[in-house]
Write a protein that binds this ligand. Structure first.
Ligand code: GLN
Ligand code: ZN
Length: 757
């Protein structure tokens, strides 16, 4: 009997083989046949890993050349008009990345993960038709390889829910056009074998869906689960509970429900109904979104609670979601402290964990062979060690954080801003930038050589200071009012801080796909966080010493540091975030002592951390705001605190932004004119705002005229006394040839506008 299950496996390759070959292909250095060869090798390797680990349900169609939502567009022939003349890989990659004539499709985050999917563009005019070749071929490929797979597909409700209508209607209006294609797909699939399993991913069902969406569940799955009696349909949700939907799904003829019991503990509430319905339960108990070794005893306890409601024979043990969100294997981690490494588990290790849990749960500890017995003991031991390790638990940090009482800075905004304006003396429509300047090949090289100890500390510091000098010289020449040092010492806004905080770890090969061929290697928080010494103070004070203008200090905020890291699972996110906040409050105090008068605390990923369900939002907002405020609590009234957020939509979080009470916030608005700013006016937002006046994602240099128009639009919404003028975001990915004229034009535009306003 089949007892364990993996929702999906990563596909980029443990040495990022797919990334490398794709990028070779895109730059015309190899043929598409070569990409296909690599893809085939990867699929086979991943199947064999899962097979060897004893996984019963292994997927096909979890592979993708770019993204599986994009694959679903191709499956349904949901191709935007501008690509209609293309075909095959040219069509596929043009949709993903754009081409000479057409812009790429939009990309956005997959739920609350850091994976980005391609947003389908739908319209009433579309003619959907089935193109099942990828799915069929992958199934056959696995079969030839010697594996009977379950077939993964993204469900119709999720596909629609993640799409946008280019003709301004409601996406679910297209349900009746899409559903017949899914039916046809299942008919095709049913011909493949005597018996088949299809996993239909419906993560959209963990959101707060309205009645209209919920009302589509029953007709959809009554139809799909009845297409053919030789297909077992498993509907999976993850990242939260899906109780409203599960209640409906148990009354459809599906074979099983897959639920996440780690991030959706409320799924417990539906167990009795599943049991009554006689359906199987795929129970997600091994964390697919984190890198910690599973605690087998905890998992067994969880399963034993579940089995109080569900018969053991109806239980299948699974990863909580696709393993796409974890790195591959620990075998390339050669530099990590062995103690820390013994606490970790990447995708391959998670397979063994699943197998072990399954054996112990169904057959008892005595059924384990010697190797398995060792693995089991080892698991218990390393979890015990981690719980008690000195490098994790720092009493002094815990005491300080528990007793931290300064939760807010002194003075109300009105009082603070008055003092600040006197001291800082900036004009209305003051100009500044968001922090980073172009990361040149020289800067990157110097940092890399220094890391590898190939150049001395003196040489490295000289290089960085030279860059800072150049940045300052340019900003002074161009006439920007509040300067930045340019961030040459940072390769990444989180990793840089992580490296200097105690309690942070780094991997060599912990790559996770972010989008297409892009991967990120998030640092991880394993222990109590403290700041052994000042982080940015030397760089910022050096920069300030080189200019009479105001130099803005630059930190990454606690919530962003947390949201872009793998976080320890033995403390709540709120506890960890508070530790980071307290550590950073010391940095602010030190900067201030050294005479820095403006400090920006970037919260680029603040919005990303929002929970998927409304019922959990308040709690997140409470601690995230608390920690931003703790972080800046050491700032005197005279010290101006800026923050920066890299997006746009503020409507639902404007009250929280107000509560954060930064003196100035810079945001990304250029692509939407003044639309996004309106909410600030509507709620009577008092603090100052720097709406981005040009898009930094594009190499284009905006003209003075264009920038003036943009500023005028802003002035229609907020008065000049409340506005700062800056680009949308940091400039590190741009080239100096673009940045210099753009900022020069920006300053010129402000000069001209000031005459008229
Ligand atoms: N200060 C950072 C920079 O300018 C902010 C980056 C970000 O918001 N993503 O690069
Ligand atoms: Zn930004």
């Amino acid at each position: 009997m089949s007892k364990n299950y993996v929702i999906g496996f990563p596909r980029i390759g443990e040495q990022r083989e797919l990334k490398k070959v794709l990028e070779e292909f895109w730059s015309n250095k190899c043929s598409f046949e070569k990409v296909e060869v690599v893809a085939k090798e990867l699929k086979q390797r991943h199947w064999s890993y899962q097979q060897k680990a004893g996984i019963d349900f292994v997927s096909s169609n979890d592979f993708s050349f770019y993204d599986n939502v994009l694959d679903t567009c191709v499956l349904l022939n949901a191709i935007p008009k501008r690509f209609k003349d293309l075909e095959n890989e040219e069509l596929y990659f043009s949709m993903a990345r754009g081409n000479k004539n057409s812009v790429a499709m939009e990309m956005t985050k997959w739920f609350n993960t850091n994976y980005h999917y391609i947003v389908p563009e739908l319209s009433l005019e579309d003619e959907y038709k089935l193109n099942a070749s990828k799915i069929i071929n992958e199934y056959k490929e696995a079969k030839e390889f010697g594996l009977k797979t379950k077939i993964n597909i993204i469900g119709p409700l999720t596909f629609l829910g993640l799409s946008k209508r280019v003709d301004n209607g409601d996406v679910y209006e297209l349900h009746s056009k899409i559903l017949p294609i899914y039916k046809e797909l299942l008919e095709e699939i049913s011909k493949l074998d005597e018996s088949l399993t299809v996993q239909i991913d419906e993560p959209i069902l963990v959101k707060d869906n309205d009645v209209k969406v919920l009302s589509l569940i029953k007709p959809t799955y009554d139809l799909l689960a009845n297409v053919s009696s030789n297909i077992d349909i498993i509907v999976t949700t993850y990242f939260e509970h899906s109780n409203e939907a599960s209640k409906i799904l148990v009354n459809t003829p599906i074979y099983a429900l897959g639920l996440d019991f780690l991030y959706g503990q409320k799924n417990f509430e539906i167990l009795d109904e599943i049991s009554k319905s006689g359906k199987k339960l795929v129970a997600g108990v091994v964390d697919g979104r984190n890198i910690w070794k599973n605690n087998i005893q905890n998992s067994l306890e969880l399963l034993s609670k579940i089995s109080k409601h569900i018969n053991k024979e109806d239980l299948i043990i699974s990863s909580s979601c696709s393993l796409l969100h974890t790195p591959y294997t620990l075998k390339y981690e050669e530099k990590m402290k062995s103690e820390i490494k013994s606490w970790l588990s990447y995708a391959c290790e998670k397979l063994d964990e699943l197998n072990l849990i399954t054996k112990v749960f169904f057959e008892g500890v005595n059924s384990l062979n010697e190797n398995e017995q060792n693995a089991y003991n080892d698991n218990i031991e390393s979890n015990h060690n981690r719980l008690n390790s000195e490098i994790i638990h720092d009493k002094s940090v815990q005491q300080r954080v528990d007793n931290f009482t300064k939760l807010e800075r002194d003075g109300k905004y009105e009082e603070r801003i008055k003092l600040q304006k006197e001291i800082l003396g900036y004009e209305d429509l003051a100009t500044t930038t968001i922090g980073s300047f172009p990361q040149t090949p020289e800067v990157r090289k110097s940092r890399r050589y220094f890391k590898k100890s190939e150049i001395s500390k003196e040489q490295y510091e000289k290089d960085m200071k030279q860059y800072i000098d150049d940045c300052i010289a340019f900003q002074e020449e161009c006439g920007i009012e509040v300067l930045v040092h340019g961030e040459p010492e940072r390769n990444d806004m989180v990793e840089y801080f992580g490296e200097q905080l105690k309690g942070y770890g780094f991997s060599q090969n912990g790559w996770v796909q972010s989008y297409g061929s892009r991967c990120v290697k998030p640092p991880f928080i394993y222990g109590d966080i403290s700041r052994p010494k000042a982080i940015t103070v030397d760089w910022i004070t050096y920069a300030q010493s080189k200019t009479d203008k105001i130099m803005k200090g630059m930190l990454t905020g606690p919530v962003t540091i947390l949201n872009w890291s793998f976080v320890r699972d033995d403390k709540t996110r709120s506890e960890v975030s508070k530790q980071i906040a307290v550590a950073l409050s010391d940095e602010i105090e030190d900067l201030q002592k050294e005479g820095i008068k403006i400090i920006q605390v970037d919260e680029a990923a603040f919005k990303e951390g929002y929970p998927l369900r409304t019922e959990n939002i308040k709690e997140y907002e409470n601690w995230a705001t608390r920690d931003f405020k703790i972080c800046v609590s050491t700032a005197k009234k005279q010290t101006q605190i800026h923050t920066h957020m890299c997006y746009s939509e503020f409507n639902d979080i404007i009250k929280t932004i107000e509560d954060m009470d930064a003196d100035v916030i810079s945001i990304e608005t250029a692509r939407s004119g003044n639309e996004l700013l309106k909410i600030f006016k509507e709620v009577g937002y008092k603090q100052e705002v720097g709406p981005g006046v040009y898009d930094i994602h594009s190499p284009r240099v905006p003209s003075v005229e264009e920038l003036k128009k943009q500023i005028e639009l802003l002035l229609e919404v907020l008065p000049k006394e409340q506005l700062w003028i800056n680009p949308d975001c940091g400039l590190k990915t741009r080239k100096w040839e673009e940045v210099k004229p753009s900022l020069t034009n920006m300053v010129e535009a402000v000069k001209q506008i000031r005459k008229d306003y």
